[in-house]
Design a protein around this ligand. Structure first.
Ligand SMILES: [Zn+2]
Ligand SMILES: [Zn+2]
Length: 347
């Protein structure tokens, strides 16, 4: 099969994925499923993988290279292991990004991302920038009949990540309160839609790209700011003292230091984008009683809920398609912030 494989980590990102022919995956245990990839979303995590951000966590000596990236996958079931009951060949499915075990206590609590035995295809092991992907039955959600894999692939990770954090923020937001969303890219544009579905708060989209600001307005953001040097003062002025929640989809390049400053007393800063460092005076934290919280992807049920919203047309993915042969162009466009919504690779 055709696949795009990563051969080296490079902080400067001067490496290209190699498009080559590799053996198709095979089923080795009764719960495994082979999915014919319909589409795979291109994620900032893929850029971070190439940069080597994850290297110390999982591949310090580079022994796992080369491998196929791609963890936001949807497609059609191609083959199933002997124990698989819930899907059959031909079913259209979306794949939760983690192959969780279902047995450990964290899995039993429903927090798939905490699984102690999880495997994450696309990070150190083969993912979906290929014609076929190996995963397990537990990761799969059947798509509603009116939904095509290419329309939803990035929902598998970008989508649930945005949904989970929006759901958490919604718990502390009420009609009349303010939620700032920093970065209206692949995740931010989903988060705006989810917030509008889940709570009555006013949304403030903060984004440097004009095209993404236009998308934010189309999606009904109540206010749109351009993220200039006075953004903290502008936001405080607009909200009469700060936002009740700030969701940071950037998490690097200085954005992470602005978010907590945008909060009003008692507010929460949710971190989703990553790569930078946060330094907050402890006096500021207690005096303003702010909270800083990380949010990691989402669990299986959150993906189920998001797919319900999607099937009803209430939360949609805006995507730009690239063929697998053009994946390096997609990566370059992504780095240069030329993709509006999500980049999607179609094999
Ligand atoms: Zn992702
Ligand atoms: Zn588990």
């Amino acid at each position: 099969m055709k696949a795009a494989r990563l051969y080296a980590y490079d902080k400067a990102m001067n490496v290209e994925l190699k498009i080559e022919t590799v053996p198709e995956p095979t089923i080795n245990s009764p719960d495994e499923v082979i999915v014919r990839v319909g589409a795979a979303g291109l994620c900032r995590t893929d850029l971070h993988i190439i940069e080597g951000v994850w290297r110390d966590e999982m591949d310090a000596d580079g022994a796992l290279l080369p491998y196929v990236m791609g963890h936001e996958n949807a497609g059609w079931v191609e083959a199933v292991g002997a124990g698989v009951k819930s899907v059959k060949p031909g079913d259209a499915v979306i794949c939760h990004p983690l192959r969780s075990c279902g047995i450990c206590l964290d899995c039993r609590r429903g927090e798939d991302m905490y699984c102690q035995n999880g495997i994450f295809p696309g990070l150190g092991t083969d993912g979906g920038f290929a014609e076929y992907l190996l995963t397990n039955e537990r990761a799969l959600i059947k798509l509603n009949e009116n939904v095509l894999p290419v329309e939803v692939a990035p929902m598998a990770d970008a989508g649930i990540t945005a949904y989970r954090v929006a759901k958490r923020a919604a718990k502390i937001l009420n009609p009349g309160s303010y939620c700032a969303v920093l970065g209206v890219g692949g995740l931010g544009h989903i988060a705006l839609q989810c917030l509008h579905e889940l709570c009555g708060a006013r949304t403030i989209a903060i984004e440097r790209s004009e095209a993404a600001r236009k998308l934010a307005r189309e999606l009904g953001a109540h206010h749109v700011l351009d993220g200039g040097p006075d953004v903290v003062a502008e936001l405080k002025d607009l909200t009469g003292g700060g936002a009740h929640a700030v969701i940071d989809f950037v998490g690097e390049l200085g954005a992470e230091q602005l978010c907590w400053q945008m909060l009003r007393k008692g507010g929460t800063h949710f971190i989703v984008g990553y790569g930078g460092q946060i330094e907050v005076p402890t006096l500021h934290i207690i005096l303003n009683e702010i909270a800083i919280a990380g949010s990691l992807v989402g669990n299986y049920m959150e993906l189920v809920e998001l797919m319900e919203l999607n099937a009803e047309g209430r939360v949609k993915m805006h995507a730009q398609q690239y063929s697998l042969d053009n994946i390096n162009t997609a990566i370059t466009d992504f780095k240069n912030r030329q993709i509006v919504g999500r980049g999607v690779i179609v094999p």
